[in-house]
Ligand binder design. Structure first.
Ligand code: CA
Length: 219
């Protein structure tokens, strides 16, 4: 899952980025509202974590502009503005959730997971597929009663594929999910993790669609 974090406080931004990366997210971090708006015109991450008080363009203006151009990216607002009016304004303007500083990184992670679940129409944190039970938060998959631990990147690949069975994802799309802007993409990372996933889950679980990418077939 690829998260764009927009937070101008260097210490806090760095702590959030490190924390979310430990939870398995790929995090791009910007400190300027105008730069964030430009970045979101170029590409759309899976989720936006947005501070309100920002240089260049404040968070509420950025959010209003995103929704005005029909951009549906899920947005979690992070702010020290904790009056009820501010929260109502943020939610009414199209935010999906709201977290007041100071907050706990574990709570932020749980709220992001809840947003992703709502997005994908799932109400439980587990994904059931054939005889497997996948727990993306714990990076584990239960196969016929045996729990298997997954590498963070393999976990992210499997989560992306299992959210849309029957729909192939290109290698480039999977690389975007795994890597932030600043990181060099290792050319065969996706193939390596697909290979390991197939060894654990069975060859027929992840299909290669020639010239398109990878797909989990509909159960
Ligand atoms: Ca700020």
């Amino acid at each position: 899952m690829r998260v764009l974090l927009v937070e101008d406080d260097e210490l806090l931004g760095s702590a959030i980025q490190t924390g979310l990366e430990q939870f398995g997210y790929t995090v791009d971090w910007l400190t300027h509202g105008g730069q964030a708006a430009a970045a979101l015109e170029r590409e759309q991450p899976d989720l936006l974590v947005l501070d309100l008080g920002l240089p260049g363009k404040d968070g509420l203006t950025l959010l209003r502009e995103l929704r005005a151009r029909d951009c549906h990216i899920p947005v979690l607002i992070l702010t020290a503005r904790d009056t009820i009016d501010d929260r109502i304004l943020g939610l009414d303007m199209g935010a999906d959730d709201y977290l007041v500083k100071p907050f706990d990184l574990g709570e932020l992670n749980a709220r992001l997971r809840a947003i992703f679940r709502r997005q994908s129409g799932r109400t439980t944190p587990l994904i059931y597929y054939r005889d497997m039970v996948f727990n993306p938060a714990a990076h584990t998959i239960d196969i016929n009663g045996t729990e298997v631990q997954l590498h963070a990147k393999a976990n992210a690949i499997l989560e992306a594929l299992l959210q849309r069975p029957g729909i192939p994802l290109s290698r480039e799309r999977l690389e975007q999910i795994l890597y932030g802007w600043g990181e060099g993409v290792e050319s065969n990372t996706v193939e390596v993790h697909i290979h390991h996933l197939r060894k654990k889950l069975g060859k027929e679980t992840i299909l290669t669609i020639r010239g398109v990418g990878y797909m989990v077939p509909k159960p």
